[in-house]
Ligand binder design. Structure first.
Ligand SMILES: *[C@@H]1O[C@H](CO)[C@@H](O)[C@H](O)[C@H]1NC(C)=O
Ligand SMILES: *[C@@H]1O[C@H](CO)[C@@H](O)[C@H](O)[C@H]1NC(C)=O
Ligand SMILES: *[C@@H]1O[C@H](CO)[C@@H](O)[C@H](O)[C@H]1NC(C)=O
Ligand SMILES: *[C@@H]1O[C@H](CO)[C@@H](O)[C@H](O)[C@H]1NC(C)=O
Ligand SMILES: *[C@@H]1O[C@H](CO)[C@@H](O)[C@H](O)[C@H]1NC(C)=O
Ligand SMILES: *[C@@H]1O[C@H](CO)[C@@H](O)[C@H](O)[C@H]1NC(C)=O
Length: 521
């Protein structure tokens, strides 16, 4: 009896929860007002662009609208509404800029209005760029749901007036395809899910010491360092990923992590190793090392069009340099010790990247060791705890926050509440210095991640960080508990859309707690 009763009580509790006034949007927009009218969305809703300067030549908006419609219907075969009033027939998009270049800092703001009067009745989006319009569509998609009684797509609480813009221009997620290969379909799934919570940079940590999965036409033996013949990406696969992401408003940040984390490079070109018995870091004394870096960045610059490239620079163990006779001799001849040589390596690599038109991102050790020598356009990528960002911006450099204690997704004991509460501007009060923090990034390191478990390890915790990075600080929940039910509904929406987002309760990637509705897990 008690067992039969419990689910009923839970359902009643959920029923009353739905009746209560709440705004079911994630991340929370900058400003929202709404009314109390239910609307019905035509299953053949159409998109128009009356008043747009933008022409949608590449069908960025048209395809996004179709995807959103498919997600709203959720394959339930929505009926068409026979009603004569309160039927939303579509969305009109007014996009002011004709440009569709996804440059860093592109205007992502939008206004979304869902009125209750009009003939025909349609929602109105206004945005400076197509990328703001894409965010508006995501918000619109979250307002709509399939109702199983009417069998119609419904939209509650109209009229809606939403004004929105991101707090930070850089809202990233790192994936690691060296520790485990990730198939293209998996990467595309990650990108799709990123757009649902308005993340906009996929940091692709392509290569590391364990494997070199990508084709480099200039040095065709580099991918001999892949795990197997099939665990590889051709350059045209990379083009495919970049195009897929850009079309969804997501930039791809490519990384080569030098001079440490690069052992796999030597499988195809053993002279990149200090010696056959001591294989990291890349041989600093050999000009061939820098020729290869130049070749890789030259090939990258044809594919990865984002303004930034990531050159790593973390966790460099120089003991092979001081132990290997020919490198030791080179150090002596050049009057360098190992830490001088590390600096020399990073700065020479930076110059190569800059010559290919990139601004460089480096992990924070480079700043900690010789920050004043870094190119002034360097963006310092934090990961070691929470203390470096104030120092970086005080030195006038830009910073991305990813402190591992809070924003490393592979730390399964890092809770969503910790992801939510991690404030990138902590300890930075000066507004000019605050602007140098361009955003943050959650990191899905791949040692224990592959296609089988990546989605549930990323979501929903990455979404908690996504709201921190998008929503104005004064609108964020001060206590994460007040965001719990909204995030758990977003998690269920991800599941409905085919994303294997894990339950909120407990550690990352946890299993459902007990029989019960999605939002209670
Ligand atoms: C819509 O109206 C038509 C004609 O009046 C009717 O045949 C049909 O069953 C109605 N559909 C629904 C879902 O009510
Ligand atoms: C949104 O509306 C406000 C107020 O009308 C206006 O100032 C702003 O420029 C609009 N934003 C966009 C992206 O069109
Ligand atoms: C690299 O792979 C090619 C085949 O793709 C093979 O012919 C060559 O011997 C390999 N080189 C090394 C150094 O393993
Ligand atoms: C290596 O490159 C440096 C910098 O371009 C140059 O000064 C040096 O002569 C080169 N060494 C050799 C052995 O070619
Ligand atoms: C650096 O690598 C050597 C082996 O090459 C190892 O003995 C040493 O412990 C490493 N140092 C650190 C700090 O990891
Ligand atoms: C390396 O040499 C520089 C001077 O070139 C010196 O400032 C530094 O302390 C030395 N580092 C070590 C670890 O010996």
């Amino acid at each position: 009896m008690a067992q039969a009763l419990r689910p009923l009580l839970v359902l009643l509790a959920i029923g009353s929860c739905i009746a209560a006034d709440h705004i079911d949007l994630w991340p929370m927009p900058k400003s929202v007002t709404h009314g109390a009218q239910r609307l019905y969305v035509s299953k053949d809703a159409t998109m128009s662009m009356v008043g747009s300067t933008y022409s949608d030549e590449k069908a960025i908006l048209k395809d996004a609208f179709q995807r959103m419609l498919d997600l709203m219907k959720l394959n339930h075969n929505a009926d068409d509404t026979n009603r004569s009033s309160f039927v939303l027939t579509g969305v009109n998009m007014v996009v002011h800029s004709p440009e569709d270049e996804l440059s860093f800092g592109v205007d992502e703001s939008y206004n979304l209005t869902v009125p209750t009067i009009g003939d025909p009745l349609h929602a109105q989006v206004e945005a400076q760029t197509v990328y703001g319009a894409l965010h508006a569509l995501q918000t619109f998609g979250q307002l709509c749901y399939f109702d199983f009684t009417s069998r119609l797509i419904e939209l509650n609480s109209a009229p809606w007036m939403i004004t929105d813009a991101p707090r930070f221009p850089y809202r990233g997620l790192l994936i690691d395809t060296s520790r485990h290969y990730l198939p293209l379909t998996t990467i595309k799934g990650v990108i799709d899910a990123m757009t649902y919570s308005k993340l906009n940079v996929l940091h692709w940590h392509i290569i590391d010491e364990q494997s070199f999965p990508i084709e480099i036409p200039s040095y065709p033996k580099l991918w001999n360092g892949s795990y197997s013949y099939s665990e590889r990406y051709t350059m045209s696969d990379a083009v495919d990923i970049v195009r897929y992401a850009e079309k969804r408003g997501v930039n791809v940040l490519a990384e080569i992590d030098v001079p440490g984390h690069a052992l796999s490079w030597g499988v195809g070109y053993p002279s990149l190793w200090p010696s056959d018995s001591c294989k990291e870091a890349l041989d600093v004394s050999n000009n061939f090392t820098f020729e290869v870096i130049d070749g890789i960045l030259s090939d990258f610059s044809k594919v990865f069009k984002f303004k930034f490239v990531h050159l790593g620079g973390d966790e460099v163990n120089t003991s092979c340099w001081t132990k290997t006779p020919h490198i030791k001799e080179w150090l002596n001849n050049n009057h360098m010790n190992a830490s001088d040589a590390y600096r020399y390596f990073v700065l020479r690599s930076q110059k190569i990247a800059i010559a290919h038109g990139y601004d460089v991102i480096n992990w924070e050790e480079t700043f900690n060791d010789f920050g004043e020598k870094l190119d002034r356009k360097t963006i310092v990528h934090n990961w070691l705890g929470g203390k470096v960002a104030p120092k970086v911006v005080a030195a006038g450099l830009r910073c991305i926050v990813s402190n591992q204690d809070k924003w490393y997704l592979d730390h399964l004991d890092a809770t969503w509440e910790g992801f939510y509460m991690n404030e990138p501007l902590k300890g930075i009060d000066n507004p000019e210095q605050q602007r140098l923090v361009i955003g943050g990034e959650v990191c899905m390191w791949g040692e224990q991640i592959d296609a089988s478990d990546i989605e549930q390890t990323i979501w929903p915790r990455a979404a908690a960080a996504a709201e921190r990075l998008w929503t104005p600080i004064e609108k964020l929940a001060e206590d994460p508990r007040s965001a719990t039910s909204r995030l758990s509904r977003f998690r269920c929406l991800l599941n409905q859309r085919g994303v294997a987002a894990a339950p909120l309760a407990g550690d990352g990637r946890t299993a459902p707690y007990e029989p019960g509705p999605c939002v209670r897990q």
